[in-house]
Design a protein around this ligand. Sequence first.
Ligand code: SAM
Length: 227
Amino acid sequence: MAFQLSSVVPWGRNLAEYREMFLLRDADLQQQIAGFGDGPASFNHQVTMAGGHVTSFDPIYQFSREQLAQRIEEVRAVVMQQMAENAGNYVWDRIPSLEALEAVRMAAMRDFLEDYEQGRAEKRYICHSLPERVPFPDGSFDIGLSSHFLLLYTTLGYDFHIAAITEMLRVCKEVRIFPLCDLDSNASEMIDAVIDRFSQTHSVEIRKTGYEFQKGADRLLRIRQKA
Ligand SMILES: C[S@@+](CC[C@H](N)C(=O)[O-])C[C@H]1O[C@@H](n2cnc3c(N)ncnc32)[C@H](O)[C@@H]1O
């Protein structure tokens, strides 16, 4: 089935948030990084501006800048209304209010939109859906990231997650996934099953991060080839 623009809810985070979610040190940001499901995050642009190398993969990169800009405006009020209704599920410290949240997210998405056409031309934004084959040879990237996509949407199911993470591990020497819970901030049997599966073949580590916006969602999963 074709991926419809009307089903896209663009919502993007920034470099400071990615650094905290993924425990990214300065040295990590010098490496070849792949971001899966980066959507309209400003991570790619901000790292690129600082001299780093990020390739972002997401099915929304089939759309034009104008289409994405329009869709961001269309869903903005709806998403903010949902956030207001569910405000009790979030930790309002570093982002102190709904107004501050909207400002931070819109700033990140504006930054992404500014970079988008150039980034597409430079092949930093690649239209791709996991678990399809990534158009890069084995081991092309040092670190593969998934922020608020894999494991969060447990309805995608066990087989989808195994296939998606397996493909990420083909092109990345290590994979980091944040957060480690479902959309209701609950641990799930599916997440446990995915972790068990990769623990049989890879080095798997769960680490607490300093980032917690969705209550209880403060841990990342790191999967590496066994030494
Ligand atoms: C909640 S957004 C997170 C955006 C960004 N990672 C961030 O944290 O700001 C989830 C993203 O996953 C993307 N996505 C959905 N299905 C995907 C798939 N099969 N493969 C890769 N990305 C996908 C969506 O288009 C969307 O941009």
